[in-house]
Each structure stands twice: as C-alpha cells, then as structure tokens.
Design a protein around this ligand. Structure first.
Ligand SMILES: *Cc1c(COP(=O)(O)O)cnc(C)c1O
Length: 404
C-alpha cells in the first residue's frame, strides 16, 4: 500500500469501464500538466470541457481553501451562504428565476426531465409525458438520461428503458414537427452537440423548437452542460442564439474541476418541483457552491468572454494551417473554445488514432465520436500554450499521415 500507484493498478483495482491513457498526470498549472515521470503536457482537453480556468487557477484555489476552512457540508436540512450566493448570481446573469443545485451534468438533466414530466402532469395530466430528443445527443449516464440521449449503445443491455421518449434529427425541424403533439411535455436539445461531434445548431432550428414548444405547451430544455459557463464565448450559448429555454442545465466548466451541476428554470415551471419531489444529499454543498460562484464571476466578464472568441480564431487559424500542410480534416467547426475538426474521407474514423500520438508529442486532446478531433481547453489558455500545443499537434498529425 505504501508504493506509489501506477497505471497498471487501474487494471487490477478499477471496474473496467474506462481505458485511460498510459500517462498518469500528478500536477497541473494553467494549461500545462506533468505526469509521474515529470513529462510535461499542454492541455487542449480541459478534463472534457471541465477545467474552464485551467488547472489550479489561483481564484478557484482561494475560493476552495477559504471555504474548506469554514464549512464543508450541511445537507439540505439547512441552507448555506455559498449556495444562496451561487443561485442568486446565476439568476442575475440569465433568464432564470429559480435554481436547483446538484453535483453533475447527468443529475442536472435528470432533474430537468423529472421537472418537465411533473410540470406537465400537474398542469395537463398523466397523458402529457412524451419527451422529444435527438439522435446522437448526449445527456449523461443515468438511466433516464441515457434513454433520452440519442446514442442507443449507452442504454442497450440494461433492461427495459423508460418509455415515452422519441428522437428526431438534429437541425431538422420537420422531423420534430412529425413527433411533437399535445402529449409532448418537453423537447431536450444541446445548442451545440458535444459528444455527438461538435455540431452547432442552426439558429432557425432552435427558434423553430421554441415556436413548436409554445404551440404545444411543451417545455424547451437546453442541455448546456458542455456549452455553458463561458465555453462558447457567452456565459450560456442560448444568449448568442437569442432563443430562451424554459429549463437550462449546466455543469462541467461551472465548477472548473469541482463536481457541481445546476438546473435553471422560471417561476412558471419551478413550482412543480414542490417540497419532497426531488433532492440530492450533496446538492448545494458549500465547497462546490463556493468554487462555482468564483468560476461564474470570473468567467462572466467581457475580458474573459472576448478572450474566448479571440482564442477561437487562433485555434481555427492553426488548425487550418495544419490542414493546408497535411489535408487530414474535412471541416473545422465549433463555437468559442469547443472546437471540432472532422476527419477527411481518407482518414475516416481515425480521429482516435491522433490521441496517443499527440500524447507522445506532449499534447492532450479529445475526440467527439470516432471521426472528430475535439478541443476544449481552458478559457484563459495563454496564447504561447496554444502555439506550442499546435506545434505538437502538427507533429502528431504528420506521424498519422506518414503511417497511412
Ligand atoms: C458531459 C455531459 C453530460 C453529463 O454530465 P456528467 O457530469 O458526466 O453527468 C450531459 N450533457 C452533456 C451535453 C454533456 O456534455
């Protein structure tokens, strides 16, 4: 037990649901990480769009340690100052009137779906329970959220799935017109599909969903777990689209690496979540709330959000330069610092092969499905780290091309 754990211990002691890379990072600062051997990496992965302010940002470390010396946990039998301050801050910055706090994106979506079902049940009756979602969408790994998600492989093999869920085609309003009716309680959608391949919604699609929801008195739920907390260059992506949901979920960058989630909604909808209808032991935990409050207040400033849009342009320029040299990408797309590079037909399905090569060159990146290289770095990644990370990516891509 006194020996330092290694990657081999994963296979001995952990349930085999993941296949982590060989390197075991032990320390991070900003957009750089170091592994057990002292090798240094540039981080374009950001803990899957979570480390919104990089690693160990002083503002978050200060918020966490200050709270750690005051009060860790109370349960929901009592309220606490950080949770109230976080909820007030989110209400003041968004369309929302009311907030439910929890510990992850899946939990925030679970709450959103249960709220929509309960609201429709209370206002219209049992029949109005149908949920419209989209193929390739991702909403979390709880059983309700994998069932609403549009990737059947995540819900198959676990027994009967919850009923009343149908899937349309993303960015195809006609497919929704064919599914929505008076029995529909909610439409759940990501303003930009993340896991599904970094696919931004067409503005007319989101507006069309808003209009259909209004016509059928269904609730529009935006899953902003990945796109939220500054990721797309506004605090939430809906603010750029100008389409307002009834319920919005947030997690990932909201806590900058501390587990936290939030569901935002309006005074019209919130009362359906009456006393006793739902809950979570850790929801509104003081430590999580203190960190999330610091993250939101730091991110939701013109300097940081303009910085995200500026860095988007830098990422795009570098990726286009790599592509002019190697011709591996079919399309470079995304918003803010959630960027996808879809592989060219000759490299179909090979985005995942770039990851170990990039790691050897000292770069952490992501994929979104087998065909899209994904980047979700810190919102404040230094420009020098972008340049160096892209030089490393170029070497990884050159090796992929040489192997081909
Ligand atoms: C990551 C993600 C989730 C799930 O969040 P967890 O914190 O892993 O439960 C839900 N929706 C979207 C869009 C995500 O990207």
């Amino acid at each position: 037990m006194s020996q330092t754990p290694t990657r081999a211990d994963f296979d001995h002691y952990m349930v085999p649901n993941y296949a982590p890379q060989k390197a075991v990072p032990v320390r991070g600062e900003g957009s750089r990480l170091w592994d057990q051997q002292g090798r240094e990496y540039i981080d374009f992965a950001g803990g899957i769009a979570v480390n919104g302010l990089g690693h160990c940002h002083p503002v978050l470390v200060e918020a966490l340690t200050a709270q750690a010396n005051k009060l860790w946990h109370l349960s929901n039998v009592y309220t606490n100052e950080p949770a109230l301050a976080l909820a007030r801050s989110l209400v003041e910055r968004t369309f929302a009137d009311k907030v439910y706090l929890c510990s992850s994106g899946g939990e925030a979506n679970e709450a959103a779906l249960k709220l929509a079902r309960r609201w429709a049940h209370d206002h219209h009756g049992e029949h109005k329970h149908r949920i419209v979602s989209f193929s390739q969408s991702f909403h979390g790994r709880t059983f309700f959220t994998v069932s609403v998600g549009g990737q059947p492989k995540y819900s198959q093999g676990f027994g009967p799935v919850p009923g009343g869920i149908v899937h349309g085609q993303y960015n195809d309003l006609d497919s929704v017109r064919n599914l929505i009716d008076d029995d529909t309680c909610a439409v759940m959608v990501e303003p930009m599909q993340g896991e599904g391949g970094i696919i931004p919604a067409d503005p007319a699609f989101l507006q069309g969903l808003r209009d259909l929801c209004d016509a059928f008195d269904a609730l529009l739920i935006f899953d902003e777990v990945q796109t939220g907390a500054g990721r797309t260059g506004s605090l939430y992506a809906y603010q750029q689209y100008g389409v307002t949901p009834d319920i919005l979920t947030s997690a990932k960058s909201l806590g900058g690496g501390f587990p936290v989630g939030a569901m935002l909604t309006t005074d019209r909808v919130a009362p359906a979540m009456a006393i006793g209808t739902h809950g979570s032991t850790y929801g509104g935990n003081p430590l999580a709330s203190a960190v999330a409050l610091a993250a939101v207040e730091y991110i939701d400033t013109p300097e940081v959000l303009e910085g995200v849009r500026h860095r988007h342009d830098l990422f795009r320029e570098h990726l286009e330069a790599i592509n002019r040299q190697h011709g591996v990408f079919r399309e470079i797309r995304g918003m803010g610092l959630l960027i996808g590079a879809e592989m060219a037909p000759e490299y179909e399905g090979r985005a995942k092969d770039i990851l170990p090569l990039a790691l050897e060159e000292g770069l952490m990146a992501l994929i979104a499905g087998p065909n899209v290289l994904r980047m979700a770095p810190s919102l404040v990644i230094p420009e020098a780290d972008i340049a160096e990370g892209m030089a490393r990516l170029e070497r990884a891509v050159a090796r992929l091309v040489a192997e081909q």
